[in-house]
Ligand binder design. Structure first.
Ligand code: ATP
Length: 469
């Protein structure tokens, strides 16, 4: 059962809007994450609860306000198609349980508050893949299909996704808090520090430390995305969760052929969020985050604004070092290196350059390397291979490192699209379920060959992702 204890309500009504769900007839449970449910000690599979028709004891039923920079432009936002069912506490850990797609809220603007079933299925599948690739992420507990049809590029069934997160606090939540009323930023920052970074609660410079800690978590997160070839697709500041969990699986996809300029999202027409830009876009978002604190820190510390700004700039500059260290470390593991020196860094950069030239598949290049199948790596020069072999021969645990760092299965976009289409259009979940099982066991080579093969180039180019709004 749910064990709700809703601390967010203690912040006062600037921080939430009470909502009522418009009841839906005949909700049907189409996905349920048994492993996650048992971990959270939640047995409730009742679709009436998971769609918001039946309100369980202690439920909050609130939508949260936030703001954000979307494609670089500031906007006031909020949960326009989601409601917080409540904060579920298990073994002293707190999890937001949110219904995404449950209908209109105070923040819906002109939207219908709905989530297309295929968008819910995409989020469920990719968030499971991310979790099993050891990347911090919000999780998906269930999907309920409702009989209502919604209009997007075509008429589609609607779904409600039950999302689980350590919280739904985003950089955008701070961009909202600083504009929402006297004292709100401090109240909200203290709340967030207590919830996500309690170790710095009593530090004398806790807001500087908070920003540093967030910078560190996001640097680590993006390094993990880059190492596995994940493209988030819509890295607006409202899609950066403050504890460093990947959030909002809208137009996301994984790289097939390696190229830093890869874009899948149909809405990213200028390539702002292309694969190779993700590390610097995160720094841009973190800069928006740090900016919100200038006045508060100036008041709290009594330091000159210029001094505060200078300190914040130093913290933000640290991001690049942290990111590089995390990323090189992960790339080193992919090559079987237990530590990295300057020569190793060159080896990694050279390899990626050759992968671009030879249009190599990102995932299977590393699995071929893991298996020592150098004949499949004709895009890499002989000199590179010789240097690499020599370097890796000095590593005792190379094989273990590579086995743990190089997945065989990522949810390749053309197969995801096919699986989603079969499911929402024809109610045929076979491919979806088979792919879901495979992405839950990604480091095992023993899977359907189809899942481990990149698409023909024309197919790859034709498979855009849609935001699903
Ligand atoms: N159909 C809709 N009706 C109302 N609001 C919507 C709808 N689709 C998106 N929004 C709102 O527009 C904003 C941006 O949408 P986006 O697709 O990035 O977020 P989302 O996927 O709905 O939510 P999240 O970031 O929580 O995963 C969000 O505040 C969202 O609530």
């Amino acid at each position: 059962m749910f064990n709700f204890n809703n601390t967010i309500l203690s912040l006062g009504d600037d921080f939430y809007s009470k909502e009522k769900v418009v009841p839906t007839k005949d909700p049907k449970l189409v996905m349920f994450n048994d492993a996650l449910a048992s971990q959270l000690n939640i047995q409730d599979k009742n679709p009436e609860v998971l769609v918001g028709n039946t309100i369980v004891d202690g439920a909050a039923m609130v939508a949260l306000p936030y703001a954000g920079h979307q494609f670089g432009t500031f906007t006031m936002l909020g949960d326009g198609r989601a409601m917080l069912l409540g904060e579920h506490v298990v073994d002293e850990e707190r999890f937001d349980i949110q219904l995404k797609g449950s209908g209109r809220t105070a923040f819906s603007k002109v939207g219908d508050g709905k989530l297309p079933l295929d968008a819910a299925l995409r989020e469920f599948l990719i968030s499971e893949a991310m979790h099993h690739l050891n990347i911090p992420t919000t999780r998906s507990l269930a999907i309920v299909e409702t009989p209502s049809k919604i209009i997007r590029e075509e008429i589609k069934p609607a779904g409600v996704l039950t999302r689980v997160a350590s919280s739904h606090i985003r950089i955008g939540s701070f961009e909202y808090a600083v504009r929402s009323g006297e004292g709100n930023l401090k109240k909200f920052a203290d709340y967030t520090i207590n919830r996500h970074y309690p170790e710095i609660e009593d530090c004398p410079e806790k807001y500087f430390d908070f920003i540093s800690a967030v910078v560190d978590r996001q640097a680590s997160l993006v390094a993990k995305w880059q190492a596995v070839g994940f493209i988030h697709g819509v890295m607006n500041s409202d899609n950066v969760q403050i504890a460093g969990e990947t959030i909002d699986y809208g137009p996301c996809a994984f790289l097939d052929t390696y190229h830093p300029e890869t874009v899948f999202s149909s809405i990213d027409t200028n390539g702002r969020y292309q694969f190779g830009n993700q590390p610097s876009i995160m720094q841009w978002n973190l800069t928006r985050f740090a900016e919100t604190f200038i006045e508060l820190i100036t008041v709290e510390t009594g330091l000159d604004e210029e001094v505060v700004t200078g300190r914040l700039e130093e913290i933000l500059a640290e991001y690049a070092h942290l990111y590089n260290a995390y990323w090189f470390d992960l790339m080193g593991q992919k090559l079987g290196f237990s530590s990295i020196d300057e020569h190793d860094k060159e080896l990694i950069i050279d390899m990626l350059g050759m992968m671009i030239e030879a249009e190599m598949d990102y995932t299977s290049t590393f699995t071929a390397l893991t298996e020592g199948k150098f004949d499949e790596l004709s895009g890499l020069s002989e000199t590179w291979i010789e240097t690499y072999k020599e370097r890796v021969s000095g590593e005792e645990n190379a094989q273990d490192l590579m086995n743990a760092a190089n997945p065989y299965v990522i949810p390749r976009n053309h197969i995801v699209e096919e699986a989603l289409f079969n499911a929402w259009k024809h109610d045929d979940y076979d491919l979806y379920n088979e792919l879901l099982a495979a992405v839950r066991d990604p480091f095992n080579p023993d899977h359907n060959e189809y899942f481990m093969t990149r698409p023909e180039r024309h197919v790859e180019m034709g498979h855009m992702t849609y935001c699903g709004t």
